[in-house]
Design a protein around this ligand. Structure first.
Ligand code: TA6
Length: 306
């Protein structure tokens, strides 16, 4: 078991400076004095905290942000960031005696590599360190590759490094999108998919709508779906496209009024400006990796005028 001492932030930032690429990649102190990587691509920018390998911003030049982050988010060790792209691993949702949505979003990831791309933008590679939490699981590695161009591509690669044990896990890129006004949003790409409706005690249902609109709390786990999903946002006059591979589940979540009021790290009215569309493998779509095998979850986000 390896427990990594947490480095004082100023030292951590100095140690990371070797990964800087002038004009493209800089390492700065973010909120909560936590190290953050800023990427400047010609078409836009992104920022990623090492805490949780958490992408907290992606926007195209002169465009509103693609991702939502709560004004009330905590930026603190052992606390998840509210918004952006939490990396959910190795379990999704609650688990008795454990933090919700796994330990990956609570762990400080390591930055291993930054590469400038020939046409602008950069690729960053993070890995999850071994901790006392991961030591409870079969030996595995998690690498997270973030590529920023005019799109944002996220690749989560899990390898079962154990000698003889299967590794069963769930994963999810729990992405919070920024929308102009939730009542002017529709979501396409899920017609015909089976889902569990968590708002109605996990009732089994099938999506019948071409375009899903949101007028109340929504918390749905769509299963056995590999389709791309689009958010049409009439208020910002843009669409966001979510393409994915290595993912059989899509989750849609908006807490609406009452749940928003109960969340200490989320503003009471912020449900109007966000929508989570999450790509991963959860519930019966969980991944079971034999020893020596790897899985790749890839999600690409892009936006265009509507
Ligand atoms: O993905 C939807 C969900 O599982 C909801 O049920 C909701 O609780 C949300 O995630 C946020 O979870 P968190 O642990 O970040 O508060």
């Amino acid at each position: 078991m390896l427990i990594l001492p947490s480095m004082p932030s100023a030292n951590a930032i100095e140690a990371l400076r070797r990964f800087e690429i002038p004009g493209r990649v800089s390492i700065i102190e973010g909120n909560g004095e936590m190290p953050k990587v800023e990427v400047n691509a010609e078409a836009g920018c992104a920022e990623i905290y090492l805490h949780g390998a958490h992408v907290t911003d992606f926007h195209l030049n002169d465009q509103p942000p693609v991702l939502f982050v709560s004004q009330c988010s905590r930026f603190a060790r052992h606390q998840p960031i509210r918004g952006g792209i939490p990396v959910i691993l190795p379990w999704f949702g609650s688990r008795e005696g454990e933090p919700a949505h796994g330990f990956a979003r609570l762990t400080d990831w390591e930055l291993h590599e930054t590469v400038a791309l020939p046409h602008g933008g950069a690729t960053l590679r993070f890995s999850l360190p071994e901790t006392s939490a991961s030591a409870m699981w079969p030996l595995f590695t998690a690498n997270y590759v973030v590529t920023v161009t005019d799109k944002l591509t996220l690749e989560l690669i899990i390898t079962n490094c154990s000698r003889g044990q299967e590794f069963a896990f769930e994963n999810c890129l729990h992405t919070y999108f920024h929308v102009g006004n939730i009542s002017q949003v529709s979501v396409t790409g899920l017609k015909g998919a089976a889902f569990l409706d968590k708002v109605e005690s996990y009732a089994h249902k099938t999506e019948t709508n071409d375009a899903i609109t949101i007028a109340g709390e929504i918390d749905r786990v769509y299963l056995d779906t590999t389709s791309a999903v689009e958010i049409q946002d009439r208020s910002l006059r843009r669409k966001i496209r979510i393409e994915k591979s290595g993912s059989n589940s899509t989750v849609i979540w908006n807490p609406w009024v009452a749940k928003a009021q109960q969340m200490p790290d989320f503003g009471d009215d912020e449900y109007q400006q966000m929508l989570c569309i999450e790509s991963g493998n959860v519930g019966r779509n969980n991944i079971v990796l034999p020893p020596g095998q790897s899985s790749l979850l890839r999600v690409t986000l892009s936006s265009a005028p509507l």
